[in-house]
Design a protein around this ligand. Structure first.
Ligand code: ATP
Length: 228
């Protein structure tokens, strides 16, 4: 029997307040896939991502993500949904007043972890996955942009997410650093994590070809690499 997709939308519409941003969205992401979401600025990539992590309601159509039904998602469900998602943003969103270690500890505590030993092991494990084990005692402002994004990826991995949503994760990085961060995401994907990544960066698409969804003229459709 085939597995349930990690993400599934059928005839969905994405709104910002009363403004229709995307319509007739039918998308499937299966476990283990690496999927790009591309499109010009203002075509709705962020709105789409926000709908997936519960920041915008799905007002029309069907959809489920990591086992949550999106149209019936309640405010109270959102923290639990987000524990099953790892979200990575363009601007990292690390807490500057505490070390890398304490940024990660903060998330573990906030998501219900209590066993100190297990928490330390988990922090080590995720830092190791992004090649940042030696930087645990640095403050975010002591790190380069690429290093901060690696920490943000480590943070996204803390609760073993079923899906990682990365919204322009290389948007603030130079081309070489973008490739380094992309290598981390590729490695994580090879190890079994499912990733949906919104990006403007066509050079990355060419270097790391994968399934690609495009936002254009209020629609999302799958494109083959030669036509992006
Ligand atoms: N909070 C908001 N309220 C109303 N409209 C919004 C809001 N945020 C975005 N929009 C509108 O929704 C449309 C899609 O914006 P969105 O940010 O999703 O696009 P995007 O493809 O992610 O763009 P970018 O690549 O620049 O981030 C735009 O027309 C934008 O003006």
């Amino acid at each position: 029997m085939s597995q349930q997709p990690v993400l599934f939308l059928k005839d969905a519409s994405i709104f910002q307040r009363e403004n229709l941003i995307l319509s007739d969205v039918s998308v499937t992401v299966d476990k283990g896939e690496f999927v790009y979401l591309i499109g010009k600025t203002g075509t709705g990539k962020s709105s789409f991502m926000k709908t997936l992590y519960g920041d915008l309601p799905l007002q029309k159509g069907e959809g489920s993500i990591v086992g949550y039904d999106l149209p019936s998602l309640k405010e109270n469900d959102i923290p639990f949904l987000r524990r099953k998602l790892g979200v990575v943003f363009q601007d990292f969103k690390l807490l500057n007043d505490r070390t890398v270690h304490n940024n990660l500890l903060f998330v573990l505590t906030a998501t219900g972890w209590t066993d100190k030993g297990r928490m330390e092991n988990k922090i080590n494990e995720v830092l190791d996955k992004v090649g940042m084990k030696t930087k645990a005692f640095k403050f975010p402002y002591q790190l380069s942009g690429g290093e901060q994004q690696r920490i943000a990826i480590a943070r996204a991995l803390l609760n073993d997410p079923e899906l990682i949503l990365a919204d322009e994760p290389t948007g603030n990085l130079d081309p070489q650093t973008s490739v380094e961060v992309m290598e981390v995401l590729q490695e994580i994907n090879k190890n079994g994590n499912t990733i949906l990544m919104a990006t403007h960066d066509y050079a990355l698409l060419l270097k790391y070809p994968s399934k690609t969804l495009k936002c254009d003229e209020n629609q999302i459709f799958e494109v083959v690499q030669t036509t992006v």
